[in-house]
Design a protein around this ligand. Structure first.
Ligand SMILES: [Zn+2]
Length: 272
Protein backbone atom coordinates (compact mmCIF):
# COMPACT_ATOMS: atom_id res chain seq x y z
CA UNK A 1 0.00 0.00 0.00
CA UNK A 2 2.77 2.40 0.98
CA UNK A 3 4.43 1.98 -2.39
CA UNK A 4 1.19 2.74 -4.24
CA UNK A 5 0.77 5.87 -2.15
CA UNK A 6 4.26 7.09 -3.08
CA UNK A 7 3.73 6.18 -6.71
CA UNK A 8 0.60 8.33 -6.76
CA UNK A 9 2.32 11.15 -4.85
CA UNK A 10 5.15 10.98 -7.39
CA UNK A 11 2.73 11.19 -10.31
CA UNK A 12 1.16 14.34 -8.79
CA UNK A 13 4.64 15.86 -8.37
CA UNK A 14 5.50 14.79 -11.94
CA UNK A 15 2.41 16.55 -13.26
CA UNK A 16 3.62 19.71 -11.47
CA UNK A 17 7.25 19.36 -12.65
CA UNK A 18 6.05 19.03 -16.23
CA UNK A 19 4.13 22.30 -15.97
CA UNK A 20 7.11 24.02 -14.27
CA UNK A 21 9.42 22.96 -17.13
CA UNK A 22 6.95 24.12 -19.81
CA UNK A 23 6.32 27.46 -18.11
CA UNK A 24 10.04 28.07 -17.51
CA UNK A 25 10.52 27.45 -21.22
CA UNK A 26 7.73 29.83 -22.16
CA UNK A 27 8.92 32.39 -19.59
CA UNK A 28 5.50 32.55 -17.93
CA UNK A 29 4.73 32.65 -14.24
CA UNK A 30 4.80 29.06 -13.03
CA UNK A 31 3.39 29.55 -9.57
CA UNK A 32 0.09 31.20 -10.34
CA UNK A 33 -2.43 30.52 -13.03
CA UNK A 34 -4.59 27.48 -13.60
CA UNK A 35 -3.91 24.94 -16.32
CA UNK A 36 -5.64 25.50 -19.63
CA UNK A 37 -5.69 23.58 -22.89
CA UNK A 38 -2.94 25.07 -25.10
CA UNK A 39 -5.19 24.56 -28.13
CA UNK A 40 -8.63 25.89 -27.19
CA UNK A 41 -7.63 27.67 -23.92
CA UNK A 42 -10.49 26.04 -21.99
CA UNK A 43 -9.63 25.86 -18.27
CA UNK A 44 -9.04 22.31 -17.07
CA UNK A 45 -11.38 21.18 -14.27
CA UNK A 46 -9.82 19.44 -11.24
CA UNK A 47 -11.37 16.10 -12.21
CA UNK A 48 -9.68 16.31 -15.61
CA UNK A 49 -6.34 17.13 -13.98
CA UNK A 50 -5.75 13.93 -11.99
CA UNK A 51 -2.39 12.45 -13.00
CA UNK A 52 -2.59 9.37 -15.26
CA UNK A 53 -6.28 8.69 -14.53
CA UNK A 54 -7.57 11.72 -16.40
CA UNK A 55 -5.43 10.90 -19.43
CA UNK A 56 -6.94 7.40 -19.49
CA UNK A 57 -10.51 8.56 -18.92
CA UNK A 58 -10.25 11.31 -21.55
CA UNK A 59 -8.45 8.81 -23.85
CA UNK A 60 -5.68 11.35 -24.37
CA UNK A 61 -7.93 14.11 -25.74
CA UNK A 62 -8.99 17.56 -24.48
CA UNK A 63 -12.59 17.42 -23.17
CA UNK A 64 -13.71 20.55 -25.01
CA UNK A 65 -11.82 20.53 -28.33
CA UNK A 66 -10.77 16.84 -28.59
CA UNK A 67 -7.22 17.75 -29.57
CA UNK A 68 -4.69 15.10 -28.52
CA UNK A 69 -2.91 15.64 -25.17
CA UNK A 70 0.85 15.09 -25.75
CA UNK A 71 2.24 11.74 -24.51
CA UNK A 72 4.77 13.72 -22.52
CA UNK A 73 2.16 14.34 -19.78
CA UNK A 74 1.33 10.74 -18.79
CA UNK A 75 4.94 9.64 -19.39
CA UNK A 76 6.41 12.20 -16.99
CA UNK A 77 3.68 11.46 -14.44
CA UNK A 78 4.33 7.72 -14.67
CA UNK A 79 8.12 8.13 -14.62
CA UNK A 80 8.10 10.42 -11.58
CA UNK A 81 5.72 8.01 -9.85
CA UNK A 82 8.21 5.16 -10.40
CA UNK A 83 11.11 7.35 -9.20
CA UNK A 84 9.27 8.31 -5.99
CA UNK A 85 8.07 4.78 -5.22
CA UNK A 86 11.54 3.37 -5.96
CA UNK A 87 13.38 5.96 -3.85
CA UNK A 88 11.15 5.48 -0.81
CA UNK A 89 11.19 1.69 -0.99
CA UNK A 90 14.96 1.48 -1.52
CA UNK A 91 16.23 4.24 0.77
CA UNK A 92 13.69 4.95 3.48
CA UNK A 93 13.85 3.46 6.94
CA UNK A 94 11.79 5.23 9.65
CA UNK A 95 14.20 4.43 12.50
CA UNK A 96 17.39 5.74 10.86
CA UNK A 97 18.13 9.48 10.80
CA UNK A 98 20.47 9.06 7.84
CA UNK A 99 17.74 7.28 5.85
CA UNK A 100 15.39 10.22 6.47
CA UNK A 101 17.99 12.70 5.24
CA UNK A 102 18.90 10.56 2.25
CA UNK A 103 15.28 9.98 1.18
CA UNK A 104 14.25 13.64 1.43
CA UNK A 105 17.44 14.70 -0.31
CA UNK A 106 17.03 12.26 -3.21
CA UNK A 107 13.33 13.05 -3.75
CA UNK A 108 14.21 16.75 -4.01
CA UNK A 109 17.28 16.15 -6.16
CA UNK A 110 15.48 13.86 -8.60
CA UNK A 111 12.60 16.35 -8.89
CA UNK A 112 15.00 19.19 -9.78
CA UNK A 113 16.80 17.01 -12.26
CA UNK A 114 13.54 15.92 -13.94
CA UNK A 115 12.75 19.61 -14.62
CA UNK A 116 16.29 20.12 -15.99
CA UNK A 117 15.96 17.03 -18.21
CA UNK A 118 12.57 18.11 -19.59
CA UNK A 119 13.83 21.62 -20.29
CA UNK A 120 17.03 20.37 -21.95
CA UNK A 121 15.14 17.83 -24.07
CA UNK A 122 13.24 20.58 -25.87
CA UNK A 123 15.59 23.55 -25.82
CA UNK A 124 19.09 21.94 -25.72
CA UNK A 125 19.80 24.30 -22.84
CA UNK A 126 19.98 23.99 -19.08
CA UNK A 127 18.72 26.84 -16.87
CA UNK A 128 21.65 28.03 -14.73
CA UNK A 129 19.48 28.93 -11.73
CA UNK A 130 18.31 25.31 -11.45
CA UNK A 131 21.92 24.11 -11.55
CA UNK A 132 22.87 26.39 -8.64
CA UNK A 133 19.94 25.22 -6.55
CA UNK A 134 20.68 21.57 -7.37
CA UNK A 135 24.36 21.94 -6.39
CA UNK A 136 23.56 23.67 -3.08
CA UNK A 137 20.86 21.11 -2.30
CA UNK A 138 23.31 18.23 -2.88
CA UNK A 139 26.16 19.86 -0.93
CA UNK A 140 23.88 20.62 2.02
CA UNK A 141 22.62 17.02 2.10
CA UNK A 142 26.13 15.53 1.98
CA UNK A 143 27.29 17.77 4.85
CA UNK A 144 24.23 16.75 6.90
CA UNK A 145 24.78 13.04 6.19
CA UNK A 146 28.42 13.27 7.30
CA UNK A 147 27.63 15.47 10.31
CA UNK A 148 25.01 12.94 11.35
CA UNK A 149 27.80 10.35 11.71
CA UNK A 150 30.34 12.69 13.33
CA UNK A 151 31.66 16.21 12.82
CA UNK A 152 35.04 14.80 11.77
CA UNK A 153 33.41 13.03 8.84
CA UNK A 154 32.55 16.37 7.25
CA UNK A 155 36.19 16.97 6.32
CA UNK A 156 37.39 13.37 6.20
CA UNK A 157 38.52 11.56 3.06
CA UNK A 158 36.05 8.83 4.04
CA UNK A 159 33.16 11.27 4.24
CA UNK A 160 30.65 11.80 1.47
CA UNK A 161 31.28 15.55 1.23
CA UNK A 162 34.96 15.25 0.26
CA UNK A 163 34.18 12.29 -1.97
CA UNK A 164 31.39 14.29 -3.62
CA UNK A 165 33.61 17.32 -4.26
CA UNK A 166 36.26 15.10 -5.86
CA UNK A 167 33.56 13.40 -7.97
CA UNK A 168 32.23 16.80 -9.06
CA UNK A 169 35.69 18.00 -10.06
CA UNK A 170 36.40 14.80 -12.01
CA UNK A 171 33.10 14.88 -13.89
CA UNK A 172 33.40 18.60 -14.64
CA UNK A 173 36.94 18.31 -16.03
CA UNK A 174 35.96 15.37 -18.27
CA UNK A 175 32.88 17.12 -19.69
CA UNK A 176 34.55 20.50 -19.99
CA UNK A 177 37.31 18.83 -22.04
CA UNK A 178 34.67 17.22 -24.29
CA UNK A 179 32.89 20.49 -24.91
CA UNK A 180 36.15 22.43 -25.33
CA UNK A 181 37.69 20.05 -27.88
CA UNK A 182 34.45 19.56 -29.78
CA UNK A 183 33.63 23.30 -29.66
CA UNK A 184 30.37 22.40 -27.95
CA UNK A 185 29.19 20.07 -30.72
CA UNK A 186 29.32 16.91 -28.56
CA UNK A 187 28.56 18.50 -25.22
CA UNK A 188 27.52 21.95 -24.05
CA UNK A 189 28.82 23.81 -21.02
CA UNK A 190 25.50 23.21 -19.31
CA UNK A 191 26.24 19.48 -19.49
CA UNK A 192 29.53 19.94 -17.59
CA UNK A 193 27.77 21.63 -14.70
CA UNK A 194 25.02 19.03 -14.68
CA UNK A 195 27.69 16.30 -14.70
CA UNK A 196 29.39 18.08 -11.76
CA UNK A 197 26.14 17.85 -9.73
CA UNK A 198 26.02 14.16 -10.59
CA UNK A 199 29.64 13.65 -9.48
CA UNK A 200 28.86 15.56 -6.29
CA UNK A 201 25.85 13.36 -5.55
CA UNK A 202 27.43 9.97 -6.20
CA UNK A 203 30.98 10.75 -5.04
CA UNK A 204 34.30 9.77 -6.53
CA UNK A 205 33.53 6.05 -6.05
CA UNK A 206 30.36 6.27 -8.13
CA UNK A 207 31.06 8.91 -10.75
CA UNK A 208 32.68 6.60 -13.30
CA UNK A 209 29.83 4.10 -13.18
CA UNK A 210 27.06 6.73 -13.16
CA UNK A 211 28.52 8.49 -16.23
CA UNK A 212 29.06 5.14 -17.99
CA UNK A 213 25.38 4.38 -17.43
CA UNK A 214 24.44 7.79 -18.88
CA UNK A 215 26.61 7.29 -21.98
CA UNK A 216 25.32 3.73 -22.42
CA UNK A 217 21.66 4.73 -22.22
CA UNK A 218 22.30 7.73 -24.48
CA UNK A 219 24.10 5.62 -27.09
CA UNK A 220 21.35 3.00 -27.08
CA UNK A 221 18.68 5.67 -27.50
CA UNK A 222 20.60 7.39 -30.34
CA UNK A 223 20.99 4.04 -32.15
CA UNK A 224 17.25 3.46 -31.97
CA UNK A 225 16.59 6.97 -33.36
CA UNK A 226 19.17 6.46 -36.13
CA UNK A 227 17.67 3.12 -37.11
CA UNK A 228 14.20 4.60 -37.19
CA UNK A 229 15.62 7.48 -39.26
CA UNK A 230 14.34 10.08 -36.80
CA UNK A 231 17.77 11.73 -36.69
CA UNK A 232 20.96 11.78 -38.77
CA UNK A 233 24.52 11.56 -37.42
CA UNK A 234 24.89 15.33 -37.17
CA UNK A 235 21.63 16.00 -35.33
CA UNK A 236 22.24 17.39 -31.86
CA UNK A 237 20.73 15.11 -29.25
CA UNK A 238 20.35 16.62 -25.76
CA UNK A 239 22.52 14.78 -23.25
CA UNK A 240 20.99 16.17 -20.05
CA UNK A 241 18.11 13.65 -19.94
CA UNK A 242 20.59 10.75 -20.14
CA UNK A 243 22.74 12.17 -17.36
CA UNK A 244 19.63 12.38 -15.19
CA UNK A 245 18.45 8.86 -16.06
CA UNK A 246 22.00 7.56 -15.48
CA UNK A 247 22.11 9.15 -12.04
CA UNK A 248 18.74 7.77 -10.94
CA UNK A 249 19.62 4.31 -12.32
CA UNK A 250 22.94 4.48 -10.46
CA UNK A 251 21.29 5.24 -7.12
CA UNK A 252 18.70 2.48 -7.55
CA UNK A 253 21.25 -0.13 -8.70
CA UNK A 254 23.70 0.77 -5.92
CA UNK A 255 20.98 0.16 -3.36
CA UNK A 256 20.13 -3.17 -4.94
CA UNK A 257 23.74 -4.24 -4.23
CA UNK A 258 24.27 -5.06 -7.91
CA UNK A 259 27.23 -2.73 -8.27
CA UNK A 260 28.50 -2.57 -4.71
CA UNK A 261 31.74 -4.25 -5.64
CA UNK A 262 32.33 -2.43 -8.88
CA UNK A 263 31.85 1.02 -7.46
CA UNK A 264 34.08 0.65 -4.45
CA UNK A 265 36.90 -1.63 -5.46
CA UNK A 266 39.39 0.08 -7.69
CA UNK A 267 38.92 3.79 -7.25
CA UNK A 268 38.54 3.72 -3.47
CA UNK A 269 41.91 2.01 -3.25
CA UNK A 270 43.40 4.92 -5.12
CA UNK A 271 42.31 7.31 -2.40
CA UNK A 272 42.93 5.29 0.71
ZN1 LIG B 1 -8.78 21.96 -25.86
Amino acid sequence: MGILFFFFLGSIVGSFLNVVALRLEAGTDFVRGRSACPECHALIAWYDNIPLFSFLILRGKCRSCRVAIPWRYPLVEFGTGIVYAGTVSLFFNPIETSAWIETVWLLGLFSFLIVIALYDARTLEIPVALLYIGALWALGALLMLDWNLSTDMMWSMDGRTVSGLLGAAGAWIFFAALSFFSRETWMGWGDSWLAAIIGLSVGIQGVFFALTLAFGIGALFSCVLLLRKKVVMTTQVPFGPFLVIGLIAYFFLSQLDIIQYGRSAWIVNLFS
